[in-house]
Design a protein around this ligand. Structure first.
Ligand code: S3P
Length: 427
């Protein structure tokens, strides 16, 4: 059940000290799904504790996988998946819906998929169209949830061209091939996040990719435990807050720094941020580091679509940083932001309006005129979008007090966010 909603005010102040972030949400979904493929127990540690990952875990149980443990360490055993009793409730999670559609397509499972009001507004036709080419039958409701899928053992196509450079759709196709036990080739990627590929390789699968093309020839052969790296997107809130709030110096430990995810880092460094990566290491096939951030003055920059794709969930944070930068920042390649958990272009407009910063939104771009953002207690409507709720806290850290209508959505990816912020923010 979603937590009780409560309005909340965020205050300004520097961030000092060390902090940890939860396990990566994207990797957690994939670890559970690959666990459900294995015909033996796989232990997953540091699983993301948010509601989205819970949606995937419960859906896999409904599909016949067994899951032991309930906290950040779980043990999953898969095998043959079956038709679930009721509809699969993907709650707020686009990743759950799209990737499990791939699983059902490949595993020859019939299932109904549904989700909350926000997920029911998000496009499912692109993933459905690509899985139909695979042979699955999918009936959507005007291109959205609820939908009915009938998986297929009849593989019609093993070579796909991605219609949109989405990691969720790429992963759905890889998982369809994996669960159907047929090789697949996917063309047309644009360096979208490669967590599925890395995890498959870590578990011994025969797979090759170069950012544009992925080829999966054979599935996993190992059952090594999976340690989930810290979530870069969760770290992004603290990286940005420490950059804009004068007097900040903080360290975020054990963060995944997969280059397909770190567009925010590259953009902030280009803007003049003071960020250092230390203690680089590898965890379950993913690069990990500790990130040290100090406050720094920023300048406006122009960011191309390649950065936007590698910072797709951090564009609201880039807009927050741009509000503090001298001069204009232009961000292109933001079209997809309109169909995330909320319309995030509109959310960025509300955030900027709350602190008196000018923003211009074009269909595929944003221009932010930086200056001296001032938070004077205005309330930002989050539209129940976790990343907008947390981005408001970040903006307030540098600009002055701001409020949100409800903090209930934060649980989707980072239930301990408010406590973590409290532990490092000083008045
Ligand atoms: C995700 C991919 C991105 C991202 C989402 C998680 C994933 O979506 O916005 O939060 O785990 O693959 P798209 O693939 O639709 O760009």
């Amino acid at each position: 059940m979603p937590p009780l909603a409560s309005a909340r005010t965020f205050t300004p102040g520097p961030l000092r000290g060390a902090l940890d972030v939860p396990g990566d949400k994207s990797i957690s979904h994939r670890a559970l799904i690959l666990g459900a493929f294995a015909d033996a127990l796989i232990e997953i540690r540091n699983l993301n504790p948010g509601r989205d990952v819970r949606a995937t875990l419960e859906a896999l149980i409904a599909l016949g996988a067994s899951v032991e443990g309930n906290g950040s360490t779980v043990r999953v055993r898969g095998g043959r998946l079956r038709e679930p009793m009721g509809a699969i409730d993907c709650m707020n999670s686009g990743s759950t819906a799209r990737m499990l559609l791939g699983v059902c397509a490949g595993a020859d499972v019939r299932a109904r998929f549904d989700g909350d009001a926000s997920l029911r507004r998000r496009p499912m036709e692109p993933v459905a169209a690509q899985l139909r080419a695979f042979g699955a039958k999918i009936e959507t409701t005007d291109g959205t949830l609820p939908l009915l899928i009938d998986g297929t053992p009849q593989i019609e196509t093993r070579r796909f061209i991605l219609i949109t450079p989405s990691a969720q759709i790429k992963s759905a196709l890889l998982l369809a091939g994996l669960f159907a036990r047929v090789p697949v080739t996917i063309l047309g990627d644009k360096r979208s996040r490669d967590h599925t590929e890395r995890l498959l390789r870590y578990l011994g699968a025969e797979i090759a990719w170069d950012g544009m093309r992925v080829e999966l020839l054979a599935g996993p052969t190992r059952r090594d435990p999976i340690d989930v790296a810290g979530d870069f997107s969760a770290a992004g809130f603290f990286i940005t807050a420490a950059t804009i709030a004068p007097g900040s110096a903080c360290e975020i430990r054990g963060v995944g720094v997969n280059p397909t995810r770190t567009g925010l880092l590259d953009a902030l460094l280009q803007m003049g941020a003071d960020i250092e990566l230390r203690n680089a290491r590898e965890v379950a096939g993913e690069p990990v580091a500790d990130i040290v951030v100090r406050h720094a003055p920023l300048r406006g920059v122009t960011l191309g679509p390649d950065v936007a794709l590698r910072a797709i969930d951090e564009i609201p944070l880039l807009a927050v940083a741009a509000a503090f930068a001298a001069g204009e920042t232009k961000i292109t390649g933001v079209r997809e932001l309109r169909s995330k958990e909320s319309d995030r272009v509109a959310a960025i407009e509300r955030l900027m309006a709350a602190v008196g910063i000018e923003v211009e939104a074009a269909p595929n771009g944003l221009t932010i005129r930086g200056g001296t953002p001032r938070g004077e207690g205005a309330s930002v409507d989050t539209h129940d979008d976790h990343r907008i709720a947390m981005a408001t806290a970040v903006l307030a850290a540098g600009a002055g007090p701001l409020a949100i209508d409800s903090d209930a959505s934060i649980d989707v990816s980072f239930p301990a966010f408010l406590d973590t912020l409290r532990s490092v923010q000083h008045a």
